[in-house]
Ligand binder design. Sequence first.
Ligand code: S3P
Length: 431
Amino acid sequence: MDQTVHRPDRLTGHLAVPGDKSVSHRSLILNAIGKGSATVTGVSDGADVKSTAACLRAMGVNIEPLDEPGSFRVDGLGPDLNEPADTLDAGNSGTSMRLLSGLLASQGFLSVLSGDGSLRSRPMGRIVQPLQQMGASVMGRNGDTLAPLAIRGGSLRSIEYEMPVASAQVKSCLMLAGLSAVGPTVLHQPALSRDHTERMMSAMGARVEAEGLTLTLHPAELRAADVAVPGDISSAAFWMVAGLIHPNARVTITGVGLNPSRAGIIDALRMMGAGDSLQLENERVEGGEPVADVVASSANLKGIDLGGEIIPIMIDELPVLAVAACFAEGETTIRDAAELRVKESDRIATTVSELTRLGGKLEPRDDGMVIHGTGRLTGADVESHGDHRLAMSMAVAGLAASGETVIHGAEDASVSYPTFWEHLTSLTSGE
Ligand code: S3P
């Protein structure tokens, strides 16, 4: 599907983004193995979370939609799920595949996990190797590094593991496996990554100790717990940047989750000089997570140097930050972000190539990119490369570019944000 985007005279309105994708996956997975039933609300309606729900249902978990959209009752089966009759399809979702692998490693049955072409090309050795160290029987293509993964679950021993990458998916996979291992699982992280699993497992009765970057998880049987999923900051980021770079804008995004392990984009935009043009209103705590309404209006941004610890806490927002950098004055450097190469697309290559088509001045680096801000982009045809965040980042670029931007593969947005194009229309028509 193609979508055409123009720069509107004004960009204005209020909207609520879908529920946080990471929290949504975890609310279903952890409650599936919990004792008792729980109500989860505000669950993302994106294709990724639907993949997780379908996999869990295939293992006998009852996930019942309630009247309110995004609300479900999950009837936990406790630690033992049922053998699925077929391959489990994680679709485009790295989170589904990596977290479910951790869960499946201890189940007393055989399972096979697969996904779409993008997911089958993403690195799985990072979970297979430590799971094998725990005694799990996990096999994959290409020397156990690529899906499909075949898992014959069994009893696990705990490990102390030096994580080579700051990945919440790897951490969460090993924590899920660690729940039923013999002895405590100790994970040394190279940097902080999103901590939703730690928070939710603790709320469900597990003992999770964090000391600096070291996590210790003690084996536990979880009890089901209600979860109110906050709005997804990764989705809100598109409108934050759109509001800041459009010359006549005021956009309010309500109920955005601002967990500090996710909120790096706010800090980065402030470093770029967003100042009073990026306001947090109604700051509150909902379901144990900090939440606020975010108001973004037109600003003059400047280039920054971005690297180190902030990268994992805004990893999914880097493509749209690159859009902001094109409209900023001066040079922006993104470093320490080689992980971008193994996302739904190689986001260093695809962000650079598509923004270049719009007249941006960017240079790829092995671990990031350099963006020479020119304050303008010019509409052109661009591709999503099968990557939801790239499709939406290009739409944001198109909202501030001169002329017409045509996004091919626009339907990919539905992986995390099915109503993205409707929301874009509502902001451009001033509704
Ligand atoms: C996610 C973690 C991140 C992120 C992904 C969702 C999660 O991946 O890019 O969109 O829910 O744990 P990594 O932890 O592998 O960097």
